[in-house]
Design a protein around this ligand. Structure first.
Ligand SMILES: Nc1nc2c(c(=O)[nH]1)N[C@H]1C(S)=C(S)[C@@H](COP(=O)(O)OP(=O)(O)OC[C@H]3O[C@@H](n4cnc5c(=O)[nH]c(N)nc54)[C@H](O)[C@@H]3O)O[C@H]1N2
Ligand SMILES: Nc1nc2c(c(=O)[nH]1)N[C@H]1C(S)=C(S)[C@@H](COP(=O)(O)OP(=O)(O)OC[C@H]3O[C@@H](n4cnc5c(=O)[nH]c(N)nc54)[C@H](O)[C@@H]3O)O[C@H]1N2
Ligand SMILES: [Mo]
Length: 844
């Protein structure tokens, strides 16, 4: 949903984000909703400025969100408060799951398919009855026998359903059984949130659902940074699907994106396993060997992703131009294969093990932002060379001189052989380009001033690096050099050698090959090599020469429809609200006048909307596939299936494939936790969570009395992430001049601590010293018989710049979510003691 659409919400739950402080622009629309009478809720371990603006503040222990949200789901199902008219047709509630499926309530904490030796699940028993529905994103291939045969059934008829919801294996019954364990008592015991507060939240969400009302959920990294982050988000999605809060005005699950273009960086694929536009990177151990193999397993038989080959072949054309030939699989043979998890955490471990020889760090400060900073620093010390491109000398660039290992006497600068190249980068105003932010909105920015000295843009650096590499390899005849030689790398440059950023966006948009005429939309892409496209979802952003829609700046104005189609460009196809067919009932009428967005016009024979329609414009609400023709792609979705990216066209409450840790969310404790898992003691953490054994990465066992407190890390308004841009600027540095730790008053009293006293925080990975900030904003939690304290630590600090402090990430661990590889820096355990670190010459 667009962030401005939050103003149309009747209820906004902010959970897993300090939205007022970290996303103030978007929070403005929450405040507008509140002025119009909406209920605002903040559920967070800490009382923050977001909490201060909320009607209801719900405290909860870090890492307990699934229990909290699961309790709300149970409340809705037990009291029949869900939006049946919406959820029955538009989700898979009525779909029948194969009879082998068992949930963790039945199997002592594990879903069926658990392989204890490999610490992973196999998803056979999670499939629908007789049908395999492949996941649409990156996980298309399900490793089960008869995959091709089972997915082919999608062409033969609808998935098995029981619209009466009586069948014991239909998703509704499974869901009800699963969450029946999430009673208000259990919620209170696991989360620490008082039962009456939790019920108030459940009630507010239920009341603001139905034809007339909608609610939104906003989350950020308070949900992501967990070894079960994907499942926390899934729980929120299930809730919204049950309440009819998808595809409608003021409804949705808004991922508040972090860095300026972090959405753009996943779209254009800085993730190791994705190519631009969410196409899976070919994998050496999957059936991806030839282009044909790859397309066979990755193309969904039904739904929009059936267009997959057009997007992939066009991407290869954009990469390799004339060098993409039928002989090399249209360029498929030139693409590198992945062999496993190559994300930041295993990369950190590999670096510490000396496997990686060189590293480019471009716009990142991993010594401060990376988990287990000492492990990171040890890794940097093993490199032959390190290139840091930044606007200042960062902590990462000076780890060898001022780092924690050096200060703690564990390494000496003269023993570190890493050659560090520090290269000046330019900031956004010093170069042209686009940002893609929270609601998939591309906005162009111009260069307004030249950067100082020798600073250069990323585009300049990357282009010239590529150009020089091509020159170096030009004469090579070796096969392994072919991918570099074959790259199409011909961007126009100005007199200073700066490539034309708009030329890059034109390629991303797509053009015909070889004429290079701009394409109007991704609907024009072909799988025969006659089109090139750098990222299919951005198709249409640059439809004609000179027409860069990311540059568009025409707001609707107060009388307009409020979709602001003339402001920037939202992918795909400038659609502002995804799945917006769901804003009409199955017959095609808006659920209510108040919540009108898309409707069927019988006289015109097409859907109408002030938004771009996320559906086939002329597909009638009563359209049914003609199964005798074995329909494929969109033809296999009926007129009441709004979720066109999902092969069976409906929201997946139960997810048969695509997730590594279960088809439904289940509460598990963080990897480090002070308590046992109340749902199934003995299975504490998320079973398939990623772990990497390393001497420098020890993990505290659940309930280890040496580390009794919960520790969470978070941001301050006055600093930005790893802190370089704000710690080197006097005006922001002086607002939050040094590191500190928030400590609950009760704990401070027990330890005899006052604000500004020195304290030492420790985990099995390391120790840091910082100042105490004693506060009532953090309350002790009562979890069953136990009282648990929670500490809050801003993580921005390091030694570079003017506002300094020990690196919080010295404390955190390299552990990861099984689906995303995301770290767990929001919930770990620690010890706290008054005083300073002896080695640093303090009082001991
Ligand atoms: N001023 C400023 N703005 C920023 C940034 C910045 O550094 N400074 N960084 C940007 C970036 S990169 C990002 S990713 C976003 C992040 O935006 P946010 O996610 O809002 O940032 P955090 O402060 O890290 O964490 C948010 C909240 O999560 C809470 N929390 C911790 N653990 C849990 C939990 O288990 N459950 C729940 N429900 N809440 C929990 C914390 O108490 C905190 O209040 O902000 C962006 N905006
Ligand atoms: N404990 C803990 N750890 C965390 C988090 C947490 O909440 N808790 N949050 C995590 C999250 S959400 C994130 S996003 C990461 C962030 O951590 P990092 O990815 O390390 O990000 P930053 O420190 O923001 O690094 C960005 C760097 O880019 C530089 N820079 C800015 N603009 C430009 C430019 O145009 N060009 C170049 N070359 N450089 C530029 C800045 O000066 C800065 O040094 O940290 C993660 N680590
Ligand atoms: Mo972030």
């Amino acid at each position: 949903m667009p962030q401005w659409d939050l103003a149309n919400s009747d209820c906004v739950l902010v959970m897993g984000s300090n939205m007022a402080e970290n996303h103030p622009i978007a929070f403005r629309f929450v405040m507008q909703a509140k002025q119009r009478g909406a209920t605002v809720i903040h559920a967070d371990p800490r009382f923050t400025r977001t909490s201060a603006m909320a009607d209801i503040y719900a405290p909860l222990r870090a890492g307990s969100d699934i229990a909290f949200l699961g309790g709300i789901i149970n409340h809705l199902l037990q009291n029949d408060l869900w939006f049946r008219e919406f959820a029955l047709p538009y989700t898979n509630l009525s779909t029948i799951v194969g009879e082998d499926y068992r949930g963790p309530g039945e199997l002592g904490g594990y879903f069926s398919g658990w392989n204890a030796e490999g610490r992973r699940y196999s998803p056979e028993s999670w499939q629908y009855d007789g049908v395999v529905v492949p996941s649409s994103l990156a996980e298309g291939y399900v490793e089960i026998e008869g995959f091709a045969e089972a997915t082919r059934r999608l062409h033969e008829g609808p998935t098995p359903k029981d619209p009466t919801l009586q069948h014991p294996s239909c998703v509704y019954q499974i869901l009800k059984r699963h969450f029946a364990r999430y009673t208000p008592e259990m919620v209170e015991q696991v989360t620490g949130c008082p039962r009456e507060v939790f019920l108030k939240v459940a009630d507010a969400m239920a009341r603001n659902s139905g034809r007339e009302r909608t609610g939104a959920i906003c989350y950020a990294v308070g949900w992501n940074h967990h070894t079960k982050g994907a499942q926390i988000i899934r729980t929120g999605a299930i809730l919204q699907a049950l309440l009819g809060n998808v595809g409608r005005p003021g409804a949705g699950l808004l991922a508040l994106r972090g860095h300026t273009s972090i959405q753009g960086s996943t779209d254009i694929a800085t993730l190791y396993d994705l190519l631009p536009g969410y196409l899976p990177q070919p994998h050496a151990f999957r059936p991806h060997h030839t282009l044909e193999d790859y397309l066979k397993v990755e193309t969904s038989p039904t739904g929009w992703w059936n267009n997959f080959p057009k997007y992939y072949v066009s991407l290869l054309r954009a990469f390799y131009g004339a060098q993409a030939t039928p002989e090399n699989g249209r360029g498929h043979d030139l693409l590198p294969r992945i062999v496993g998890d190559h994300s930041q955490l295993p990369l950190t471990v590999a670096m510490a093990n000396g496997v990686i020889k060189g590293l480019f760090v471009m716009g990142q400060n991993p010594v401060v932002g990376g988990s287990n900073s000492k492990l990171v620093q040890r890794g940097l010390a093993q490199l032959d060379w390190l290139v840091v491109r930044d606007i200042a000398e960062t902590d990462t660039a000076t780890f060898w001189r001022d780092g924690h290992l050096v200060r703690d006497g564990e390494m000496r600068p003269e023993d570190i052989g890493t050659e560090v190249f520090l290269m000046p980068g330019s900031l956004s105003g010093e170069k042209a380009g686009s940002f893609t932010n929270t609601h998939r909105l591309l906005q162009w920015h111009d260069k307004v001033v030249a950067g100082p000295g020798d600073s250069r843009s990323e585009l300049w650096f990357t282009y010239h690096l590529g150009r020089r590499l091509q020159e170096l390899y030009r004469a090579s005849t070796r096969e392994e050099d072919a991918p570099i030689r074959s790259l199409l790398w011909d961007y126009p440059v100005d007199e200073e050698g700066e490539p034309d950023a708009e030329a890059v966006l034109r390629e991303i948009n797509g053009y015909t090959w070889p004429e290079r005429e701009q394409l109007a939309s991704f609907n024009d892409l072909k799988s025969d090599g006659s089109t090139a496209c750098g990222c299919w979802i951005y198709g249409g952003v640059f439809p004609q020469p000179g027409r860069n829609l990311a540059r568009a700046r025409k707001p609707d104005g107060p009388e307009g429809p409020g979709t602001h189609l003339g402001w920037g460009f939202a992918w795909p196809d400038n659609r502002r609200t995804l799945n917006n067919r769901a804003s009409a009932d199955p017959e095609g009428r808006p659920w209510s006048e108040r919540k009108r967005l898309v409707w069927w016009d019988e006289t015109k024979g097409e859907w109408q909307s002030p938004d771009q329609i996320d559906f086939v414009k002329t597909k009638r609400p009563d359209y049914e596939p003609d199964w005798s023709k074995r329909p494929a792609g969109m033809d296999a979705l009926s007129g009441t299936q709004p979720f066109i990216m999902i092969p069976d066209g409906v929201a997946g409450i139960f997810v048969p494939s695509g997730l590594k840790d279960g088809p439904l969310p289940e509460h598990y404790e963080p990897t480090e936790t002070p308590v046992r898992n109340a749902f199934h003691p003995g299975v504490e953490g998320n079973p398939p969570a990623k772990r990497w054994a390393h001497d420098l990465n020890p993990i505290a066992a659940p309930g280890d009395p040496r580390y009794p407190h919960v520790l969470t890390t978070y941001r301050l308004t006055e600093h930005h992430s790893g802190g370089t841009p704000t710690r080197i600027v006097p005006t922001t540095a002086e607002l939050q001049p040094e590191g500190f730790c928030e400590i609950p008053t009760e704990l401070a009293r027990e330890l005899g601590l006052r604000s500004t006293d020195w304290v030492v925080l420790s985990t099995p990975r390391g120790e840091i010293e910082t100042r105490a900030l004693v506060t009532d904003r953090l309350r002790p939690f009562r979890l069953g018989e136990r009282r648990v304290f929670q500490l809050g630590l801003p993580w921005h600090y390091g030694w570079a710049g003017m506002a300094t402090g020990d690196v919080a990430n010295v404390l955190t661990a390299v552990v990861g979510d099984p689906n995303t590889g995301m770290h767990e820096n929001k919930a770990l355990t620690c010890a706290l003691r008054p005083g300073r670190l002896a080695r640093r010459g303090g009082q001991g």
